[in-house]
Design a protein around this ligand. Structure first.
Ligand code: SAM
Length: 316
């Protein structure tokens, strides 16, 4: 996900006047055990790179999945899905570039509510969309039914996908590959190898090193951060951004403290790539890079692009 790494509302500054009950106790000297200090130490602790995977808490939790769907369907913003003008242009480019049509099979990994799958299916290709958000898959199925489209929407974790058929085109769009650890990416690339037709193609987009250099380590907290995105009830959310220069990884760590529910931490990891590092990684998994683009609408690549797309085939 892109947006929660960027706050939608201005953060508040930590002030004693606004402190929670626990902090007031601390100010009164009623916290001799240093409870708040330990909590803050935990909140600000830098985990090992890709130590914890919490993608389901981000995408598939009932409350958050509803907010995510609203972001996906907001046609004007690049949050969860890109804006509608881009999706239309990108889908047309993909249909054209990969000559989609009757007889072709496409699989969209992390399809969300099917914004690409539904457009690609208009070519006559047989499309499968896969996502672990029950809410998005429900919406995608209802839309397909309404439009009279036969699209196979599968609810499940793509890291455990074991299809019986092979696809002529596999797509994974909006940099979801970046959210995975090196081990998970190897796992996914093996799944791609197993379900890609011998003459098929893989299309992925990722965040670039230019985007990595724009990120900075920050920390702030905010009441009801992201306008209530994290919980139905009131909460405080601490947002810590950590950079791991050796690995070109950024973590946005969200520590959420609801009014009455249990605290929770959500880790949004992002791996950043250069065309060389992605090509090397794909090559290690038996893929040959055919083309690098600036994005999944076929824009030319430049070093200034904050994202880029890669087309790969099975290495022969
Ligand atoms: C950034 S969104 C992109 C959605 C869609 N590709 C688009 O561009 O409109 C990432 C999607 O991947 C899904 N996702 C993330 N991790 C997943 C996993 N391990 N298995 C299945 N789906 C996953 C999320 O639910 C979400 O719908």
């Amino acid at each position: 996900m892109r947006s929660p790494s960027r706050p939608l509302a201005a953060p508040v500054v930590l002030q004693f006047k606004q402190a929670t009950r626990a902090a007031r106790k601390l100010a009164d000297g009623a916290d001799p055990g240093g409870f708040m200090f330990r909590q803050l130490e935990e909140i600000n602790a830098r985990p090992e790179v890709f130590e914890i995977y919490t993608a389901e808490a981000l995408w598939a939790d009932d409350h958050r999945a509803e907010q995510m769907l609203a972001f996906h369907l907001d046609e004007t913003v690049d949050v969860s899905s890109r804006n509608i003008e881009f999706i239309d242009r990108s889908s047309a480019w993909i249909t054209d570039t990969f000559r989609l049509g009757p007889g072709k099979r496409v699989c969209d990994f992390g399809c969300g509510p099917g914004l690409y799958a539904s457009r690609l299916a208009k070519s006559g290709a047989q499309v499968t969309g896969l996502d672990f958000s029950r809410n998005s898959i429900r919406y995608a199925r209802e839309e397909a039914e309404r439009a009279g489209q036969k699209i196979d929407y599968v609810h499940g974790n793509y890291l455990a996908f074991d299809p019986t058929q092979r696809y002529d085109l596999i797509v994974m769009i909006m940099c979801d590959f970046c959210a995975l650890s090196p081990v998970q990416r190897q796992q996914l690339l093996t799944i791609f190898q197993n379900c890609l037709a011998d003459d098929g193609a893989l299309l992925l987009d990722v965040y670039s090193m230019a985007a990595y250099s724009e990120r900075a380590e920050t920390s702030f907290y905010e009441r009801n951060q992201l306008n209530g995105f994290w919980c139905e009830e009131d909460y405080y959310c601490f947002v810590n951004t950590f950079k791991y220069d050796r690995d070109a990884v950024v973590l946005d760590k969200y520590s959420i403290f609801p009014k009455s529910g249990a605290p929770q931490a959500v880790y949004n990891w992002l791996q950043y790539f250069s065309p060389e590092s992605l090509t090397t990684e794909l090559s290690g998994a038996g893929f040959a890079t055919k083309q690098i683009y600036g994005d999944v609408s076929g824009r030319p690549f430049t070093e200034q692009n904050t994202e880029f797309a890669i087309v790969a085939t099975k290495a022969t």
